[in-house]
Ligand binder design. Sequence first.
Ligand code: 9MG
Length: 261
Amino acid sequence: MGIVNVTPDSFSDGGNYATEKQAVAHGLALLREGADILDIGGESTRPGAAPVSEAEELDRVMPVVQELAKSGAIISVDTSKAVVMKEAIKAGAHIINDIRALQEPGALEAVAETDAGVCLMHMQGAPATMQNNPNYRHLIEEVEQFLIQQALRAEKAGIARERICLDYGFGFGKTVEQNFELLAHTNYFARLPYPILVGLSRKSSIGAVTGRGVHDRLVGSVTGALLAAQRGASIVRVHDVAATRDAFKIWLMTENQSHKD
Ligand code: 9MG
C-alpha cells in the first residue's frame, strides 16, 4: 500500500490545486513502482497535527480519489469522517482506512451500507496528545481486545468479515519500545481471522532506533516492513514502494529456493 498524502504541508506548495496535481502524479508514480493499493489521505495523523474540517478534507481528497480511481488501482481513503467515507466510496474508493476504527459518528453505518473494505486501527488517545503518556497494563492483550471488539462491532453492523482488516497502530499512542513489541508480535495478531495491515514507514520510532531524520529512514522502514510481512502482515503501508518491493523479492526468492533439497 503506497501512501498518497494530500496535505499542503506534505508538498509545500501552498494551494489545493497544485497539491492535488502533485498527489495524483505521486500516486501514479507509486503504481509504476508496483504499489497494489494507494492510500489517499487529506488530514495529517502525525502527533500534534491540526484537525481539518470536513469541507477541507473533501476538497483535498475527492479530486485525487476521482482521478486515481481512473487508473484502475485499488483505492483506499484514510479518513475517520462519515461524509468523506461516503463520498469517497461513491467516487470509486474500495477501502476505508480509519485510524479511529469507525468510532466517529456515522462512520460505522457509512461503511456498512456499502461493499467497501475497511481497516480498523488501534490508537490510544487522539493524535494531538497520544504521545504524551502512552500507558498499558498488558499492551498486546489490550490492543488485541480492542481490535477484536471493533471487528465484531463492524460485523454486527453488517460488514462481512472478508471486508475487514486490522492494524495494531504502530506509532499511535505507544512508546518506541511498545511499537517494537507490537512489531515483534505481528504473528500473534496474524492468527486472528482478519488480514493484518502494518504502517511504520518513516515514523519517529524508526528514527529513534536508527538515529535518522525523517528523510533518511529508508533502510529502517524497509526492514520494518519486511519483518512485519515475514511475521504475517498481509498489507504494509509504505512511502517507498520500489525499495520495499525489492526487499520482498529477495525474501521471496530465498523462500522459494529454501524449499529445494
Ligand atoms: C493513516 N495512517 C498513518 N499511519 C498509519 C498506520 O500505521 N496504519 C494505518 N492503517 N493508517 C495509518
